[in-house]
Design a protein around this ligand. Structure first.
Ligand code: IMP
Ligand code: MG
Length: 180
């Protein structure tokens, strides 16, 4: 039996995303040159809802959007594990101001790998936004510039986050309690 406990409501999430969006707009307003646009890179599938909300909270900031899809495997022979690209970026990174948007940072493997991948392609700048920073199992240090919510541990669903591809459409964030 699975039980779900509400952790953050739709309203609380909306309020946080509005605040982060305003912060991002302020931070990039004077960074972007005239005719330059922020390149917002979403990590599929989990980030699709947070990203949709976030780009609409950026006010007048001009943006391009792109997506990557990654698959990560815990590799017990190295602390890094392995990440495979299932869908690559369609946009040239070099010289662009890039904002990666991810649903959740857990071990940190996915974001550590992706930020290194993007940095190798010489962006003008690179920042990371996550809906949730889950810190208990962090193995790879990752720099999170914009964080919706910080939680210690627990398996979260909703707001794009899934359990076996289910529950992504729940408007709030819930902790999934799996009991026998
Ligand atoms: P990391 O590489 O360990 O940071 O893992 C990040 C990925 O694991 C996220 O993009 C999610 O897809 C998945 N993940 C980690 N924690 C959770 C969770 O609590 N709920 C749903 N997915 C999670
Ligand atoms: Mg993900």
């Amino acid at each position: 039996m699975a039980k779900m406990n509400l952790v953050y409501s739709r309203e609380e999430i909306a309020e946080r995303v509005t605040a982060i969006g305003a912060e991002i707009e302020r931070d990039y307003k004077d960074v972007l040159a005239k005719s330059e646009r922020l390149l917002v890179v979403g990590v599929l599938n989990g980030a699709f809802i947070f990203m949709a909300d976030l780009v609409r909270a950026l006010g007048d900031l001009p943006v391009d959007v792109d997506f990557v899809r990654l698959s990560s495997y815990a590799d017990h022979t190295s602390s890094l594990g392995e990440v495979v690209i299932l869908k690559n970026l369609d946009t040239e990174i070099q010289g662009r101001h890039v904002l990666v948007v991810e649903d959740i940072a857990d071990c940190g493997l996915t974001l550590a790998w992706l930020t290194e991948y993007i940095n190798k392609r010489h962006p003008a700048s690179l920042k990371v936004a996550v809906a949730v920073d889950k810190q208990a199992r962090r193995k790879q240090p990752v720099n999170l510039d914009y964080v919706g919510f910080t939680v210690d541990d627990g398996f979260l669903i909703g707001y794009g986050l899934d359990y076996a591809q289910k529950y992504r459409g729940l408007p709030g964030l819930y902790e999934l309690e799996i009991t026998e």
